[in-house]
Design a protein. Sequence first.
Lengths: 126, 126, 126
Amino acid sequence: MQLPWASWITIVTLLMYFWVIANVGRARGKYQVKAPSVDGPPEFLRSLRVQINTSEQLIFFLPALWLCAYWWSDQVAALGGALWIVGRVVYALAYYRDAAKRSAGFGIATLASIGLLLGAVYGLIR
Amino acid sequence: MQLPWASWITIVTLLMYFWVIANVGRARGKYQVKAPSVDGPPEFLRSLRVQINTSEQLIFFLPALWLCAYWWSDQVAALGGALWIVGRVVYALAYYRDAAKRSAGFGIATLASIGLLLGAVYGLIR
Amino acid sequence: MQLPWASWITIVTLLMYFWVIANVGRARGKYQVKAPSVDGPPEFLRSLRVQINTSEQLIFFLPALWLCAYWWSDQVAALGGALWIVGRVVYALAYYRDAAKRSAGFGIATLASIGLLLGAVYGLIR
């Protein structure tokens, strides 16, 4: 069985993740945070937290995406995946400005992740 | 080839991981640790360390689980996976109370992970 | 479709990752950094940063490796994967001595990761 839609969503996810990682590198240079330190001004810490949180959520999202795609529907999973990516971009852009504004994007992406997991369970049971 | 057992183990793993992440969110609220800070009382730090360590181990475990399931046996892999989940829950519950008590659960899960990797190698070679 | 080459590369990757994790455990003992603390002398911090950065990059690398292997070529993906592992080992060994020397290995591994992602896109399009 081929799952091109989940594959494309994974590729876009990795591009988004690459962007988030590059933002930490840029902030490290701009705010002169020398490795191995990860302490710096709030602007640096926010970009770091966005990256760490994206990593954490990514390792929940990708298995859920693929299980949903495989056991239920490649296209339904891709829809959930697209929603997750949108939520994570909204989260990152909001968090970069103000940590208190991060909830909306986080909530969207979490709903998408849970939906994908439920979709996988549904596909496995039927 | 369908691998329903590894799929179910992955779903339970994600649920366990979700629980560990939710515990950090709860601790963040309870101990008033404001993002982007990740510094706080030991209770908060312990819940954070459990989550971080779970993420670290998860990205070793899931590939090992699936390689073992694919190349050797879906059911053997699921047994190793179930042991890993038990080990990680024991680890988390112990660590939440006392960091010094975290070794037993950690050891069980690490043995399970190494067993899965060896199982994958065995399946690939034969 | 069987992908033994990507499987072997994944196994070697997990062994490399295990080595990096074990180095943090050893440094924790050597420099008496008691959990849940992750603060300590620069030697400890460097081994910790190597592990964290390896985790971050691993979750980009593995999906890119498998998408490239599946959609384009198992062997081409394995070549990119071998380059990634070499880059990460060079990175780790350099970073353990001096954080300022980490760029070369990091650059090699990042090029390999981007190459694998482009390979996946190429395979999906054609």
